[in-house]
Design a protein around this ligand. Structure first.
Ligand code: PRP
Ligand code: URA
Length: 209
């Protein structure tokens, strides 16, 4: 079964509380999503492969670790996942970036795909999928299905807020992936929005409502 990491760092929790506040405006919201992604990325990337290289310091020559190869791909689920990308690439500037375009049908709440493009080849990369919200889990499951269909294996899913239903659905469908959650919320409402949540993440990041 997957490892699920529920983050409890006070800095992260503080920033999530600012996100929840409906009076937080677009500019601050965007910055917070980026900062939270960076904090979550720091934790999620703790097993990136490293290798030793020789470096000459002003004092002497030593062997010292660096990241081994350009092996990371960040794959945001559009739109809202895009807001988390810069937080991860601030940590790993050479990461490749894929895109998975999905929107939820307002009636059925099931995801519909409209654009997908992954770095090629993807097989050997560690893949970090980003989406601020894991609600019913439909979008996350569809995104990971797509990545696996194209050969992706080493997959981590980062979300800022999750509902228990979404975590359960993602774990059942993809027991091999690692899931990182900023905060596990109470439940979904009748419109499949997370309660207490933060509202519509895409609209708040892009200022579309
Ligand atoms: C939101 C969110 C997730 C999805 C979560 O995207 O960013 O992708 O809903 O819901 P689920 O777990 O029930 O699938 P939305 O479909 O609203 O698209 P947007 O990011 O373009 O606003
Ligand atoms: N998508 C969002 O943006 N927010 C929710 O609460 C659920 C799905």
């Amino acid at each position: 079964m997957n490892r699920i990491t529920i983050m409890n760092h006070p800095l992260l929790q503080h920033k999530i509380s600012r996100l929840r506040d409906k009076s937080t405006g677009t500019s601050e919201f965007r910055s917070l999503v980026e900062e939270i992604a960076m904090l979550m990325g720091y934790e999620a990337l703790s097993d990136l492969p490293i290798k030793e290289i020789e470096v000459e310091t002003p004092i002497e020559t030593c062997m010292t670790p660096v990241l081994a190869g350009r092996k990371l791909a960040v794959v945001p689920i559009l739109r809202a996942g895009l807001g988390m990308v810069s937080g991860i690439t601030a940590l790993v500037p050479n990461a490749k970036i894929g895109h998975i375009g999905l929107y939820r049908d307002e009636e059925t709440h099931e995801p519909h795909e409209y654009y997908c493009k992954l770095p090629d080849p993807i097989e050997e990369r560690m893949i970090v999928v980003t989406d601020p919200m894991l609600a019913t889990g439909g979008s996350a499951v569809a995104a990971v299905d797509f990545i696996k269909k194209h050969g992706g294996k080493n997959i981590k899913f980062l979300c800022i807020i999750a509902a228990p239903d979404g975590v359960e659905r993602l774990q059942k469908a993809h027991p091999d992936i690692q899931i990182y959650v900023g905060h596990l919320d109470r439940e979904l409402n009748e419109n499949a929005y997370i309660c207490p949540g933060l509202g519509d993440a895409g609209d708040r990041i892009f200022g579309t409502k």
